[in-house]
Design a protein around this ligand. Structure first.
Ligand SMILES: O=C(O)c1ccccc1N[C@@H]1O[C@H](COP(=O)(O)O)[C@@H](O)[C@H]1O
Length: 204
């Protein structure tokens, strides 16, 4: 079954809703974003995450020492790197990694070969911030690329309405959402439930 990551969670209710609805990953953003949390906030939020749900920290071009400190302090299971991190940087990290790639053309997908990570996250090109902009990219690029044995997380502009189609067309290992489960800039409990249900069932 497709895995689901709900990103940019900032309160207990949204975390518990996502966990109860069956999310596999919960993301905390430690980068410039309207969803950015402090290490102290993330530490408290992490205490509401059940042990079977993986905690992911999202970073953009952060120093290794800072990432390591936050992984330890918050108890993160994965780091999601959403910036210009090089293969040399990523391949030497001592914990599970989700590397994000901005997809404009087939050429952008060729660089995946140089990275050794647990998940390869395909996202739309950056808008105001390096992620979480609610914009989709052309899924045909992901459909036609040969990912071999790579585990792909599809992201960018996913919503409760389009996630089932995305799962059917791209057949990713998982899907990741931030903006698409919000209303007026805040996480929406009903949208979180609908998104997880639609992704897991593969229908709207
Ligand atoms: O969610 C954020 O605010 C964020 C900020 C900086 C980098 C990544 C971020 N989130 C990731 O962005 C993509 C797409 O999000 P959206 O659904 O299109 O809003 C997703 O992988 C989030 O994990």
């Amino acid at each position: 079954m497709v895995q689901v990551k709900i990103c940019g969670l900032m309160n207990k209710e949204a975390i518990q809703t996502a966990a109860d609805a069956g999310t596999d990953f919960i993301g905390f953003v430690f980068a410039k974003s309207k969803r950015e949390v402090t290490v102290e906030q993330a530490k408290e939020l992490a205490s509401y995450v059940p042990s079977h749900v993986k905690k992911v920290g999202v970073f953009v071009n952060e120093e290794r020492a800072v990432i390591e400190e936050i992984v330890q302090t918050v108890g993160l299971d994965y780091v999601q790197l959403h910036g210009d991190e090089t293969p040399e940087f990523v391949n030497q990290l001592p914990f599970p990694v989700i590397k994000a790639f901005q997809v404009r053309s087939e050429k952008d997908l060729e660089q995946l070969e140089s990275y050794h990570c647990d998940y390869y996250l395909l996202d739309s090109p950056a808008g105001k911030y390096r992620g979480g902009n609610g914009e989709a990219f052309d899924w045909n690029l992901a459909k036609t690329f040969n990912f071999l044995n790579k585990k792909v997380l599809l992201a960018g502009g996913l919503t409760p309405e389009n996630v089932a189609q995305a799962v059917q067309e791209v057949v990713p290992a998982g899907v990741d959402v931030s903006s698409g489960v919000e209303t007026d800039g805040e996480k929406d409990i009903e949208k979180i439930k609908q998104f997880i249900l639609a992704a897991k069932k593969g229908e709207n």
